[in-house]
Design a protein around this ligand. Sequence first.
Ligand SMILES: *Cc1c(COP(=O)(O)O)cnc(C)c1O
Length: 394
Amino acid sequence: MPAGRHFLQIPGPSNVPDRILRAMDYPTMDHRGPAFADVGRKALEGMKGIFKTDSRVVIYPSSGTGAWEAAMVNTLSPGDTVLMYETGHFAMLWKKLAEKLGLNPVFIEGDWRGGANAAAIEEHLRGDKGQEIKAVCVVHNETSTGSVTDVAAVRRAIDAAGHSALLMVDTISSLASVDYRHDEWGVDVTVSGSQKGLMLPPGLSFNAVSDKAMTASESAGLIRSYWSWAEMAGPNDTGYFPYTPATNLLYGLNEAIDMLHEEGLENVFARHRRHGAAARAAVEAWGLEVLCNTPSDRSPVLTAVMVPEGHSADNFRAVTLRNYDMSLGNGLSKVADRVFRIGHLGDFNDLMLIGTLAGVEMGLRDAGVPYRAGGVQAAMEVLGETALANRAAA
Ligand SMILES: *Cc1c(COP(=O)(O)O)cnc(C)c1O
């Protein structure tokens, strides 16, 4: 084992802060006993504040993929048409899942270099005179490309088209890192997971469910059992679960919720935006290209960097891991070996970012990828220009 802490700078799972590790380091309790109700209630109620919703939140012991499936099987019927947008690899995986469930996804193709285009969604919905489309599904932060979709704009597009489709949003890598408002943006099902912005280990996933989605679930025809919101609702009302919840992860979740409110959600979002800007300044100084070429859509959570033609991003990552004990994200499917991804999310601060970028800069040198020196310097300048909201006054 190399000395010092491993740098886990993939865009999820993210680093779990010691405070959360400590909060989980307790005996597992009786999940049907009287003491559990406080844990369950705090988690279920607390997550409403994180999603910014007054409606129901459902918590599953599963990875994020389970919550994708839950969103669909609870609200849709076999053969239903769903409008999905190809922002990148995760949008493609969600579409494949929809196909396997017997849904009929209409996929708006994208070039993987920006968020979902609301105008294109509006055009599709306007053309759907018979209101065949039952749901519009977008990924808020596309983790494979580092691009963010303007969810409020997608809501406005649905309304402008006078369409009744449900709006489903994947926030697995954006919740608690990027500004998100389930109620205000009129989202019907928000899907999320524990291991990215929420700073927890993998193993919990979430649905935030609007009243409209809950009503749809009463007549939806897809088969569901484990994922059924109706099965959850009764026990959840008193802080319990129909089956064994991931008790110790819930201890950690409750600690994470406290930490996020102590810092202030708006400060958490600003911290991520600032680190995103500094990381992009480094990439620009290196003379490399950010995959997301739509400036307004660039992610505060991660930066996907293109390597020059003829060079291997995977070799660069292997060298960086070997020489500096740092894990960076790989390029997925269409951009395999063409990009690497720098995660700057969750429990993360200025020096962690600078350490990460120094590791990238040294790794580029070691791997023989052409670059200009000075990326770390450029990032430090961005950080120096923008004070941290929580920095002690001089
Ligand atoms: C990580 C991620 C997923 C997949 O989540 P799992 O927890 O691996 O099942 C889906 N969508 C997005 C946007 C992600 O970042």
